[in-house]
Ligand binder design. Structure first.
Ligand code: SF4
Length: 315
């Protein structure tokens, strides 16, 4: 059996920054440290930090007054910041800069009087945060059917669309086409909102999946970009499975399989991929063949709020 190892895969610059932020914050303030929502959508990453004394919360009221709270890579709405401020919390913002970019676009277009169609999954942390920036101006659009149901004049000239950063480019394009068809004057965002990491990981699967009999995507079920990778592989006609780690792998999947593509969502640690590759080598005599489809060298600085926390701790 052959293992096609997709590159790029796994951690993106935003996830690395967010995980480093929690790691550093723990070293500075110690436990208990509070993180609002999962720092990234990966069970192993979350469990690792719970063992080190992090408490993940779903509401700011779960953070003690004057406690230290980290905001996750997916971003938060202004209401969450205000609540944390009211409780005297020290806030460390690990929002990915590419999510912040979408927030800034939402704020700017809302101020200019635009009605914003936000293409994304209602209820996803990132979408909730973006909507919170301009709640009266944003309508979430999840499908072409949603576009058909919009109660907006077709000749409206104050309409713009934005997208969640981790969507499938194919799915987003179908919705964008439906929007453009119904609202010919709609404005596009100044640059692509679907982020480089999502784009590159999806492109690698699109290029490589047809060479494989099975695609293994390493990632958690609540990781939007991991689920999208699985869907893209299936849409290209190759069976695909999404697993958190090697314990979820079923040996019967490999009957008749000569080639397996292995990739990982942007929040999945590389050691989980390595464990699966080693298992396939050991149990099936598989040979490794790494394929680089796109080179990446993106890097994000740690948040300024963390640097301030460190300076205050050493002052
Ligand atoms: S997937 Fe994209 S938007 Fe999300 S954290 Fe990574 S780089 Fe940022």
């Amino acid at each position: 059996m052959q293992i096609l190892l997709a590159n790029p895969r796994g951690f993106c610059a935003g996830v690395i920054m967010a995980i480093d932020t929690v790691d550093q914050a723990l070293k500075i303030v110690g436990a208990p440290l509070y993180v609002y929502h999962e720092i990234v959508h990966n069970r192993h990453v979350v469990d690792h930090f719970i063992k080190r004394g992090v408490t993940f919360v779903d509401t700011i009221d779960e953070v003690p007054e004057k406690g230290t709270v980290v905001f996750s890579a997916h971003g938060v709405s202004p209401a969450v910041r205000q609540r944390a401020q009211a409780r005297g919390c020290t806030m460390i913002d690990a929002t990915c800069p590419l999510v912040t970019k979408v927030h800034m676009e939402a704020i700017r277009y809302a101020r200019q009087g635009y009605r914003i169609l936000l293409i994304g999954h209602a209820g996803h942390d990132e979408v909730v945060g973006t909507v919170g920036e301009a709640p009266g101006a944003i309508t979430i659009v999840e499908s072409p059917d949603d576009v058909a149901k919009l109660d907006i004049d077709t000749d409206a000239d104050n309409l713009v669309y934005l997208t969640q950063t981790t969507l499938s480019m194919d799915d987003a394009n179908v919705i964008i086409e439906a929007i453009k068809k119904r609202f010919p004057n709609v404005k596009a965002p100044p640059s692509e909102d679907i982020c480089y990491a999502t784009t590159n990981r999806q492109h690698a699967v699109r290029v490589l999946a047809h060479q494989a009999d099975l695609v293994i995507v390493v990632g958690s079920k609540n990781s939007s970009n991991s689920v999208r990778l699985t869907e893209i592989a299936e849409n290209s006609g190759t069976r695909a499975v999404l697993v958190d780690d090697k314990s979820e792998i079923d040996r019967t999947w490999f009957e008749g399989v000569e080639s397996v593509l292995v990739t990982a969502g942007a929040s999945a640690p590389e050691y989980l991929v390595s464990e699966i590759v080693e298992m396939l080598k050991r149990d099936f005599g598989a040979e490794l063949d790494e394929h680089t489809v796109t080179e990446e060298d993106m890097h994000f600085e740690l948040p300024r709020s963390l640097r301030v926390l460190r300076q205050n701790a050493t002052a």
